[in-house]
Structures are given as structure tokens and as C-alpha cells.
Design a protein around this ligand. Structure first.
Ligand SMILES: [Zn+2]
Length: 385
């Protein structure tokens, strides 16, 4: 998702060009096989925290002046303070510093590779960025997005998709302070604790490989399971109509735990939620789907209440009720005895790679290249380093 300025920037760049590729970025082959670095926002809005590690070195990022170093194992307490950052008992007049160490750095029970940067985000709250090799980042990410125990071609497909997505965002947000969120807003990341041999193997075997279309890095969206058919990107983001994200038949994800799901809530609770979000309703009488996408997902609903009829986008409803409750917009809805019942299939927005579908394909013997070409038709797999 990104910050407001990133969204504005992206919007502007889309407005300037009439071609769909006005918002895309050329492939940049790295010099001498160098691995790109990626900047991930690992913690946000922290009031205080502790960093532990061996041989910690702290520098003021602006002046690159060394503030101090700890020769042995040490723990440092950080807190935003008027006029700077409080580290243990001292206040340093800086709002941005970097921390490196001989090994990994530990924060809140998680280990992080690379270099950390600590910045004051809003007043009195701190933001921590982890800057590390893209390949190391991918090894840590695999077990949070899928399981490294899945058939290896599914794991490799995930590695290529996550690498592509990260590089796309890095180019898109090149004027931002960091490249990626560490949550489902981008890709889930929580340091090196979840790394294992199979994740390392899948990343190494696909080293430097990204998805490209006409020489450009693609926005490689992905989701948990599509419920039968993936979604065309334009239905979610009207300015993102890509030839390789038009939606495709899947049929490989039926084993997914949330392939079918149901959710219900009291009608008055739904009404309370809608009112809180600014939808003009009072005494809801009916909910009706009036438009579906080609993959059967709800695009538009009509809500009838005592105030008349109002329209609501399916994605908005999912966002209002919570993405983990209304697992997808591919649902049927009915009101019965004061309750609202949803029955649906698929988990996630449905665009791009279906993770459970990739697992199903790999189990049927498809290699990762075929899996990727199935979910992103027309793309090429390029090795950048
Ligand atoms: Zn699927």
C-alpha cells in the first residue's frame, strides 16, 4: 500500500501516461552479480524497545559520525526523547541512526540480519528499518508466506514472485524512506528466525530470477487461494490493467483450508459497522449483489434501508468487516432472522499467483517456471544476477 505520498506519486505517474506500462519499471541488471539491498519497515509506532547484539556500532546517519560502540554482547534501550533519541540513560541529538553489529541484532525476540536504521516516525514514536540483501530477505519470508515443506517447485515459485514484488516496489518507492511494509500490506517478514534449509535452497536455486513483461519488472501480486479462478487486476485497481493479470482458471487449490468458508454476524452489527464507516443506512432491509467480475467476485452491492438504496463496493465491504472474516469477495449473502450470512470461496484478493494453486500444481509435477507462466500468462523469467 505505502504512504500517502507514494500513492500520490503512483497516481500522478499513471495519469501522465495513457499506456498501461506508464507505471512500470525497466529491468535493471545488477553490476557484477551484486545482490540488491532492500529496506523493510520491520517495526512502526514503537514507544521504546531494546536491541541486543555483539559488537554493536551506532552511527548518526546524517553525519555518519560514530556515536559509540559496544565491544561485547550488549543490550541497548531506545526511546524517543525531546531533542533526540534516548539510548539507555543518555540523550543523543539525532533523529536517525544506524545500528550494525558483528552478527545479527535481536529485537522483541526476533533476529535481524543486515543493518538497522532507527528513525523518529511521528512525535514520540519510532520506526525501525532493516536494510539487507534481497536474497536473505527472501529466505526469511518463505515460511511466513507459505511453508518451505511444500513441494520444492511451489517454494521456488514463491521465491521468484516475492523477489519480483520486492524489486517492483523498490523501484516504485525509490523516493520513499523504505521499500516494503513487513505485513500483508506488502509481504510478511519478521527477521531470520523462520529461515530453514529448504527455504534457503529454493531461494538459491532461483537466485536473481524475476518475472518480466516486455523488459519490465511486473507487479507480481499473489494471494492465498483463489477459490477456482484468479481475478483480473483492473477490478481491484482500475488503473492497473495488465495483460498478464487478466485472471485465469486455477482448479489446483481445492485442498486449501479456506477454499470454502462462511461467516455470519448480527444485522445490527453490520449496520453499526457501515454507519461507522460513513455509509448512509438505517434499518437495513436487504443486501443485493448487483455486479460481479468475470471470476464471480462481488464488485458492487446494493443496500436497501429506510433511508433508501445505497451502493457499496465488494472490496470496501470486505475491508470494513475485516479481511480475515470476509475472506474474499467471492460470496453469496442473505439476511435471515436478524443475521447476515456469507458463504464464499477463496482467501485473499485473488490477483496473480494462487499460493495453494502453486502447491497443487507442484504436487502434480509442474516445475516452477510452468507454475509462474500459468498465473502470469505471457511473462518471461529473467535472471538479473
Ligand atoms: Zn487457486
Amino acid at each position: 500500500m505505502g504512504t500517502a505520498s507514494a500513492i500520490i506519486k503512483r497516481f500522478t505517474c499513471c495519469l501522465l501516461g495513457s499506456l498501461i506500462w506508464s507505471c512500470s519499471y525497466p529491468l535493471q541488471e545488477s553490476k557484477a552479480g551484486e545482490i540488491p539491498r532492500i529496506r523493510v519497515a520491520i517495526f512502526k509506532d514503537l514507544k521504546s524497545f531494546t536491541v541486543s547484539g555483539k559488537g554493536i556500532v551506532l552511527r548518526d546517519v546524517k553525519t555518519y559520525r560514530k556515536l559509540f560502540s559496544t565491544p561485547a554482547e550488549a543490550s541497548l534501550g531506545f526511546q524517543a526523547a525531546p531533542g533526540g533519541l534516548r539510548i539507555n540513560r543518555h540523550i543523543y541529538p539525532t533523529r536517525l541512526l544506524s545500528i550494525s553489529s558483528e552478527g545479527q541484532l535481536k529485537i522483541k525476540g526476533r533476529q535481524f540480519r543486515g543493518k538497522l536504521e532507527i528513525a523518529e516516525d511521528k512525535s514520540d514514536s519510532l520506526l525501525i528499518i532493516d536494510e539487507l540483501d534481497l536474497e536473505q530477505y527472501l529466505v526469511g519470508l518463505i515460511n511466513l508466506e507459505i511453508s518451505s515443506q511444500w513441494e520444492i517447485n511451489a517454494v521456488k515459485a514463491q521465491a521468484v514472485v516475492a523477489r519480483t514484488y520486492a524489486l517492483y516496489q523498490k523501484q516504485r518507492r525509490q523516493e520513499e524512506f523504505y521499500d516494503l511494509e513487513a505485513s500483508v500490506l506488502d509481504q510478511v517478514y519478521a527477521g531470520s528466525n523462520p529461515e530453514d534449509q529448504r527455504a534457503r535452497y529454493a531461494v538459491r536455486q532461483s537466485r536473481g530470477e524475476v518475472l518480466s513483461y516486455r523488459g519490465r519488472v511486473i507487479p507480481a501480486y499473489f494471494h492465498s487461494n483463489c477459490g477456482g479462478r484468479t481475478e483480473a487486476s483492473r477490478y481491484l485497481w482500475s488503473r492497473e490493467d495488465y495483460p498478464f493479470l487478466q485472471g485465469t482458471k486455477c482448479g489446483f487449490c481445492t485442498e486449501a483450508p479456506d477454499y470454502f468458508w462462511s461467516y455470519h454476524l448480527p444485522l445490527r452489527e453490520l449496520e453499526r459497522t457501515l454507519v461507522k464507516k460513513g455509509v448512509r443506512v438505517n434499518g437495513i432491509q436487504s443486501l443485493r449483489v448487483i455486479k460481479r467480475s468475470s471470476s464471480h467476485r462481488v464488485l458492487l452491492m446494493e443496500v436497501t434501508s429506510k433511508l433508501g438504496k445505497t451502493r457499496l463496493r465488494g472490496e470496501k465491504l470486505r475491508q470494513f468487516l475485516g479481511n480475515t472474516r470476509l475472506k474474499s469477495t467471492n460470496f453469496q449473502v442473505k439476511i435471515e432472522a436478524g443475521e447476515v450470512y456469507f458463504r464464499g470461496s477463496g482467501y485473499g484478493h485473488g490477483v496473480g499467483l494462487c499460493q495453494w494453486g502453486a502447491k497443487g500444481m507442484a504436487e502434480k509435477g509442474y516445475d516452477y517456471q510452468s507454475i509462474l507462466k500459468h498465473y502470469y500468462p505471457g511473462v518471461e523469467i529473467k535472471k538479473l544476477y
